[in-house]
Design a protein around this ligand. Structure first.
Ligand code: ATP
Ligand code: MG
Length: 774
């Protein structure tokens, strides 16, 4: 038996305790949302360290985001003191980068390899598609990128694919060629894409058992949170890490416990997850990993946690009811001893703005009641939904932030600066160099670039090498001078890069290239803003060095490359978070708004064609519901501009799955029954499996009429076959009179563009807009 300080176990229920204290080769903790999975994992690590069963350096814990990793580390430090340093707590990607940087040479990579983000990968693919004229075969960059990503997540590299592909199929053999060139392109640039980070680490371990043994010996305890969202490559990686170390890979002087055969037993593996929260199938996540854990690890101990510590019973009842509609799952029933709590509040808006106004009003009411903005989150299914929310929040002076929405690193000037830095760290990265070769303008035009490129290809050098040969290429004297100057600058800075502070490197580049001065001198307000952004980047590099005193340029670039939306969430900056449901995983808030709960959006339209698509969307809805501690709001809008077209939105089928008694529909209190007048009506028929809904149209008489006018006209209104033509004059109940300037679409989807006399230009769905022809 292990002795773990009672202090570390304080407040845990018996199952949680068992999960913290169990010692054995494999442990699976399966449990519904909010039952303390992440907390238990954290305490388990603290227990291992506090009881001296493991050194911090023998722990490898995998979290889903960098932010979750930082939180876990902080929590463990609180529990066991500063001992926690030396632990590896990180995402799969960060852990793999760390391993690959250290082992780069074994893999034929250089230590400063670039990590290509999605945009970089696509830029490379675009070039290749063009080279091969592949778009004429019907290939799209996104399509090829997705397929390659999927193959890599299944550990199918280009060689394996070549053995499987049907070469008689011209499209398949063309795809193979694209895949091959893409792989070569990355290699030549000394770059890896996101999917490579995992797959290459697996290949590294498989090809070099002695390297694998280094990590198998080091990590004695491997723990994985959110295990339901691991994909095949991540699964393989875990398997490689928890193998026993064969005697021939055990160094003679090891102080480790050696088994009877002279080897070292496998590390222990602890995984925690909830198959009801598996929401990353599109990235290759495979629920089977958790479902089949007991088959994979027959000695595994399984602990179930059922008590929920996060939400009220009403919220849990809704969550249980919704997820109960999924088949093929282990029935779980979340419960709390914390009481029923408030009922869920529902709202049906006339428009997305109306819905957003409801959200804003409720947030203000919560704030007045003592809630802080930090403890409120608004969830959306797609990024496009944030626009109306932002507009209304700005108007209502509600501070908000959208993690991943700032796109700081996508700004052109930031990308330029980053390209300089990347080129310093990785001279093989031609893509980065091409980006800044003529930025700021130094007279190196496309023709010169092509000449350099041709020289590089002829001589098998990088573009950077080719620049040093500029004098021999018969270019003009001036442009030759410019090229040599740039090459010298890059070489000089690169010479210091291994140790210099990233801020100094960046500053030198921005000054010496004249980039910053150029922006300053232009007198253009936009350029001034760009210069400020660059200063912000310099500030970030300084901050990085403050937090990681030893961190060099490569470390900084790695951090930027692996920075994800979820990492941007700040719990204490006094603002409401607006985020996608995917980003919300693992988080919790006092009050949660689930917006846009409509057919086509949640479930999303792309899901309906996919096998298991609806079930996955339902899990997403379930993840959303279970983020709420005290209050949950569900809202939708009767109309929404989706995919560029305004259209009538139908309530999501998932709303029907929440027991009616749990929701108060706020939009229309006061019908005959006293409630729920605006509750979307029950299913009236099923066509092709899709429930049909209708809106109730009885409105309370005790409310001022005007308040309801727009909603009522929107619901009962059906303009039938009203046709409009350019030049027609119409009257709109809200916008007054106007003239039709354009009509597009057909039938019930016809849209009129109307120039109103006073209300400006609007686009209206003719069938339902509250309009009449004059
Ligand atoms: P998710 O499925 O959303 O990832 P989870 O199972 O990881 O959830 P946690 O985030 O660990 O759950 O815990 C949910 C909340 O319950 C947290 O606020 C946590 O502090 C609290 N909690 C967990 N266990 C206990 C306990 N025994 N007593 C009191 N609070 C607890
Ligand atoms: Mg968790």
């Amino acid at each position: 038996a292990v002795t773990v300080d009672e202090e570390l176990l304080a407040g845990l229920n018996p199952q949680q305790r068992e999960a913290v204290l169990y010692r054995g080769p494999a442990l699976l903790i399966v449990a519904g949302a909010g039952s303390g999975k992440t907390s238990v994992l954290t305490r388990r690590i603290a227990g291992l360290i506090a009881s001296r069963e493991a050194w911090p350096s023998q722990i490898l814990a995998i979290t889903f985001t960098n932010k979750a990793a930082a939180e876990m580390r902080g929590r463990i430090r609180e529990l066991v003191g500063s001992d926690a340093d030396g632990m590896w707590i990180s995402t799969f990607h960060s852990a793999c980068v760390r391993i690959l940087r250290r082992q780069a040479e074994v893999m034929g990579l250089k230590q400063g390899f670039t990590i290509y983000d999605t945009a970089d990968s696509r830029a490379l693919l675009k070039r290749i598609l063009k080279e091969l004229d592949a778009d004429t075969l019907g290939f799209s960059v996104a399509g090829v990128a997705n397929r390659i990503s999927k193959l890599k997540n299944e550990l199918t590299d280009v060689d394996l694919f070549a053995r499987q592909v049907n070469m008689d199929d011209p499209k398949e053999s063309a795809f193979l060629e694209l895949f091959r060139r893409y792989t070569q392109g990355l290699r030549r640039a000394n770059a890896l894409d996101f999917d490579d980070l995992i797959a290459e680490t697996v290949y590294l371990f498989r090809a070099f058992p002695d390297v694998a043994a280094l990590y198998q010996r080091r990590f004695r305890h491997v723990l994985v949170d959110e295990y339901q969202d691991t994909n095949a490559a991540q699964y393989a990686l875990i398997r490689e890490l928890v193998r026993p170390v064969a005697p021939e890979h055990v160094p003679l002087d090891t102080r480790m416990r050696v088994g009877a055969d002279g080897g070292i037993p496998a590390a222990t593996l602890t995984v925690v997850g909830d198959s009801d929260q598996s929401i990353y199938a599109f990235r290759g996540a495979d629920m089977r990993n958790i479902v089949e854990f007991e088959q994979d690890f027959p000695q595994a101990k399984v602990v179930l946690l059922e008590q929920n510590y996060r939400s009220t019973q009403n919220i849990l009842d809704a969550a249980n009811a919704v997820i109960g509609n999924n088949f093929d799952r282990v029935a779980k029933n979340l419960f709390t001893t914390g009481g029923a709590g408030e009922r869920i509040v529902g709202y049906t808006g006339y428009s997305a703005h109306d819905e957003a106004q409801f959200v804003a009003d409720e947030i203000e009411a919560l704030k007045k009641a003592g809630e802080t903005y930090d403890d409120v989150a608004v969830f959306v299914r797609t990024n496009a939904q944030t626009r109306p929310l932002e507009e209304i929040f700005i108007r209502s002076a509600i501070p908000y932030r959208i993690p991943g929405g700032t796109k700081f690193y996508e700004r052109a000037e930031i990308k330029d600066a980053m390209a300089y830095l990347i080129q310093i760290a990785n001279p093989d990265d031609d893509l980065a160099l091409r980006r800044v070769m003529n930025v700021p303008r130094r007279g190196i035009g496309p023709a010169t670039e092509a000449a350099l490129q041709a020289h590089a290809e002829r001589t098998g050098q990088t573009l950077r090498d080719a620049m040093r040969d500029a004098a021999s290429l018969g270019l003009g004297a001036k442009v030759t001078g410019a090229i040599l100057d740039l090459a010298k600058l890059l070489d000089d800075v690169a010479a210091t890069a291994a140790t210099a502070a990233p801020a100094d490197i960046l500053n030198t580049l921005l000054q010496q290239t004249g980039y910053l001065a150029g922006l300053r001198a232009s007198g253009d307000a936009q350029d001034e803003a760009r210069a400020e952004n660059l200063e912000e980047l310099v500030a970030q590099t300084r901050e990085f060095r403050r937090q990681t005193p030893e961190g060099n340029l490569v470390d900084f670039l790695t951090g930027v490359a692996l920075f994800a939306a979820a990492d941007e969430i700040d719990d204490e900056d006094g603002s409401v978070s607006i985020m996608t449901l995917h980003t919300a995983k693992g988080l919790e808030y006092d009050a949660v708004f689930l917006t846009g709960v409509e057919e086509e959006l949640l479930p999303h339209r792309i899901s309906s064609g996919e096998p298991g698509g609806i079930a996955e969307e339902r899990r997403l809805f379930y993840v959303g519901i279970t983020r709420a501690r005290k209050r949950l709001y569900v809202s939708l809008s009767m109309t929404r501009s989706l995919f560029g077209e305004p259209s009538v939105a139908m309530p999501s089928r998932f709303l029907q799955e929440i027991p009616a008694s749990l929701i108060d529909w706020k939009q229309s209190p006061g019908d005959a029954a006293g409630r729920n007048a605006m509750r979307p009506r029950a299913v009236t028929s099923r066509e092709g499996g899709r429930p049909k809904f209708s809106y109730s149209t009885s409105f309370p008489s005790d409310r001022p009429k005007k308040e309801w006018t727009s909603a009522v006209t929107a619901t009962v209104r059906d303009n039938g076959d009203l046709t409009l033509a350019v030049g027609d004059r119409i009257r709109h109940t809200d916008f007054g009179e106007g003239r039709v300037t354009d009509v597009t679409g057909t039938g019930s989807k016809s849209i009129a563009e109307v120039q109103f006399d006073t209300a400006g230009r609007k686009r209206l769905l003719i069938k339902i807009a509250p309009i009449e022809k004059l």
